[in-house]
Design a protein around this ligand. Structure first.
Ligand SMILES: [Zn+2]
Length: 354
């Protein structure tokens, strides 16, 4: 355990009383659903006060000192905290995460519901991140709102069009937004769930930490080449026809790029470049059923957060996840680096002869 860890027992962890004739009174902490729990006894009354006081605002040392003043045995309190930690019920907050949260009781209430899932030390990373969502679509707007609610500090939705009636979706634009500038309506949708998120575009000279391409065929848009050249990570998240598409997530220089995927498509169908050019011209009608759009947005948010958190390789690196109704079970398509593209430095090839 790190000395500065601030133990948090999320208020949603159930504390269940166990008592019966002849039985010692005890408290079961968690242990419902498939998660492990911990049985604690005796003196449930004092224990519950101690457990509910684990709000992540005090370092473990202060928690133990306060518990001793309340009459607890310090070794027993430390053993209790270690036991909770071993079950995964206790979250150790990094003090930097607390400092990175917005001030005020409402902001704190929103954050306390999100922090346990974010995990140790990741909240402050998310708060410092900037994500641009290109396209205020039925996927892009709920995705932007989810990222803001999940702690991303700056979320900007870029779009130049006007909202149509078909753009309305749960968590995104509303029916009342019809005719408004889509970018402004999208900013309102983000503000509804996360009023203090910075909605401004990235500062001049920066493209943000990641750009989400939420337009239907933006992956084939020649403008995307600029992101690759500038070294900006980008992720496709859209619905084409009825199919939700998440990925590939492109980390320039490290993964295959969107041009690689385009070259693979051309290999399979030489007419592809001419077809793609038509697909990228003009805005297409709002696409995707509500369930498809929201599941696509959730799957994309998971990828964005995995990338920002840096906790593991996101599944969409060089890969497309496709969600097709009615099952919406993700299917994957891999896009290896294309030999003609040269975006990923290949292994050194030894020269033969001489
Ligand atoms: Zn490439």
């Amino acid at each position: 355990m790190n000395e500065t860890a601030h133990p948090l027992l999320p208020p949603t962890v159930p504390l269940l009383h166990l008592a019966g004739p002849g039985a010692v009174a005890a408290v079961q902490v968690g242990g419902v659903d498939s998660a492990d729990g911990l049985l604690v006894s005796p003196d449930p009354g004092a224990l519950i006060t101690l457990l509910r006081g684990l709000d992540g605002r005090r370092a473990q040392r202060a928690v133990v000192a306060d518990a001793v003043r309340a009459g607890h045995d310090p070794a027993a309190v430390t053993a209790l905290l270690d036991g909770l930690r071993a079950t995964g019920l206790l979250v150790d907050l990094d003090p930097a995460d607390l400092l990175a949260s917005d001030a005020g009781p409402a902001a704190l209430a929103r954050t306390s519901a999100e922090l346990p899932a974010a995990g140790d030390g990741r909240w402050s990373v998310r708060r410092a991140a900037t994500v641009v969502v290109d396209g205020a679509t039925r996927v892009g707007v709920p995705l932007a709102a989810m990222l803001a609610a999940s702690g991303v500090g700056r979320v900007h939705v870029r779009d130049t069009g006007l909202a149509s009636a078909g753009d309305a979706v749960v968590g995104g634009l509303t029916a009342a937004d019809e005719g408004r500038a889509r970018a402004l309506a999208a900013a309102d949708a983000v503000r509804r769930v996360s009023p203090l998120t910075d909605l401004r575009p990235p500062p001049a000279g920066s493209a943000g930490d990641l750009v989400v391409l939420a337009g239907p065929w933006s992956a084939s848009d020649p403008l995307v080449g600029g992101l690759q050249q500038a070294g900006v990570a980008h992720l496709v998240a859209t619905v084409r026809g009825e199919t939700g598409v998440v990925g590939p997530l492109v980390v320039p220089g490290a993964t295959s790029c969107l041009r690689c995927a385009d070259l693979h498509r051309r290999d399979r169908d030489p007419r592809w470049p001419a077809l793609a050019a038509q697909l990228t011209t003009g805005r297409t009608a709002a696409a995707g059923a509500t369930l498809t759009c929201l599941l696509t947005a959730v799957a994309a948010a998971v990828q964005v957060l995995a990338y920002l958190d840096g906790t593991g390789a996101p599944a969409a690196l060089g890969t497309t996840l496709e969600l097709r109704p009615p099952e919406l079970t993700p299917r994957t398509r891999r896009w290896p680096p294309h030999p003609e593209c040269g975006c990923v430095p290949g292994p050194a090839v030894p020269l033969r002869g001489a």
